[in-house]
Design a protein around this ligand. Sequence first.
Ligand SMILES: [Zn+2]
Ligand SMILES: [Zn+2]
Length: 253
Amino acid sequence: MLDLHVHLLGHKDREANRETIRAFLDEATRRGLKEIGFADHDYYWDQMNFPLIREVAKDYPNLAVRIGFEAEYRPHEEDRIKNLLHQFSFDFVIGSVHEFDGWIFDIPEEEHMHHKKDADEFYARYFEVVTLAAKSGLFTTIGHLDLIKVFGVRPRRDILTLADEALTAVEERGLVLEVNTNGRYKPVREFYPEQRLMEEIQRRGIEFTLGSDAHSAENVGRDLEEATQLLREIGVQSVVGFSRLDKVSYTLD
Ligand SMILES: [Zn+2]
Ligand SMILES: [Zn+2]
């Protein structure tokens, strides 16, 4: 019913123009979504065109079109993100960690390092940075909570212990976590976050949103019905969208 994580620009595969925006909104409509959220990577800032999205969205009165971005969270760069936040009236902002201590860990070229390094250590360090992201007060949402599993390398320590502080920070700040279905198309072959984390998130009363992380129009809404079903099964009754940083609740029926 909602997809709050799509990349209009992909990895700079296309530009933001009427045609490309329409392709995303048409697919969202075709899939019966009520809400779609554009969340391009902040490093493509200069290619983004928020006013044009707002304008094209007027032709889709039955679809809530939200605008945000996916910020690369690095400690010591909070001012950079704060500055971006002031440049537009965003609906939501995703804070994501794809990199820490100079290691961009989620690119295929780095897969071998996941086997070489100590998984307990890099999981712990990853979640430390996610905790800082959650505490920064910059975001409405934390992206793909357990992205560090992207290549299927698992820690020996319990994931609930490793993620404990990050979850506490998310809870205390009232942030939202997404079920991000894109993990299924990565070597790990499962959604982010894994089922046990989902159950713990639900147990703590943290709210969920949904995201396909589509980098092209055809993947808008991908697997979100299944994600929704999973949430129902663990007792989640509603998911959250955003309008100008305020939560909008959708009942799962
Ligand atoms: Zn991401
Ligand atoms: Zn993304």
